[in-house]
Design a protein around this ligand. Structure first.
Ligand SMILES: Nc1ncnc2c1ncn2[C@@H]1O[C@H](COP(=O)(O)OP(=O)(O)O)[C@@H](O)[C@H]1O
Ligand SMILES: [Mg+2]
Length: 199
């Protein structure tokens, strides 16, 4: 697992193999899904640490570069890594994405509240807020926790049109990933793309 892996390699090294891979997945998603009205995509995986948050950030940067107004939602209310990376607060915080308006808009995860994550994600005001906010965007990516840890990713069904699954090459088993696709489908979410990572 690359501790030194840049959170937005697409920005810092656009010609890296990872950035090329992100670009090819972007092309597929734009042509086959975003342009056909499936603009809101869940990013999920079987296991923690497979690179979901990293993919969400880099894919959002690639979609912005392509000219699409992009919203990035942190629905991992447990780790909130995306929020901590992109909306750093306090002294010395630096976002790896441009803050001049050319990057994605980030809907961060609030600090833990009295509601446990699965309850917070299903609250009508939370869902209504996301759906209403999404209307102003051409692409919406939702980062989520791994489905082996909790079922939070299923709860995004009211606002997502499909899922991109992230698979770490080193952890690929075949059976787990097949089960993940079935499991998502049973919850009304079709897998529309896959992204292999070296995480
Ligand atoms: N494609 C990659 N190659 C190498 N390391 C990666 C890659 N993507 C993510 N990582 C590293 O793996 C760790 C977990 O990444 P993260 O995106 O937070 O995973 P997840 O959101 O699935 O838990 C981080 O240390 C990150 O820097
Ligand atoms: Mg994550």
């Amino acid at each position: 697992m690359g501790k030194s892996f840049h959170p937005c390699l697409y920005q810092s090294n656009p010609t890296s193999p990872f950035s090329e891979h992100i670009r090819s997945v972007r092309t597929h998603l734009v042509q086959r899904h975003l342009r056909r009205g499936q603009k809101s995509l869940l990013i999920t995986s079987c296991w923690p640490g497979e690179g979901k948050t990293t993919v969400a950030i880099n894919l959002a940067a690639a979609l912005c570069e392509f000219g699409l107004r992009t919203l990035l939602i942190d629905a991992d209310l447990r780790s909130r890594r995306l929020t901590r990376l992109l909306l750093p607060c306090g002294s010395g915080g630096n976002s790896p994405l441009p803050t001049d308006g050319s990057g994605p808009m980030v809907l961060g995860a609030w600090a833990p509240t009295e509601f446990p994550p699965h309850e917070a994600l299903t609250r009508p005001d939370y869902v209504a807020n996301i759906i209403s906010y999404s209307q102003g965007f051409q692409a919406v990516l939702t980062d989520s926790p791994a489905l082996s840890m909790c079922s939070d990713a299923h709860l995004t069904q009211p606002w997502v049109d499909g899922a991109v699954i992230v698979v770490s090459r080193a952890r690929f088993q075949g059976v787990s990933e097949g089960n993940l696709v079935e499991d998502l489908r049973e919850h009304g979410i079709d897998v529309v793309g896959t992204l292999l990572t070296e995480a």
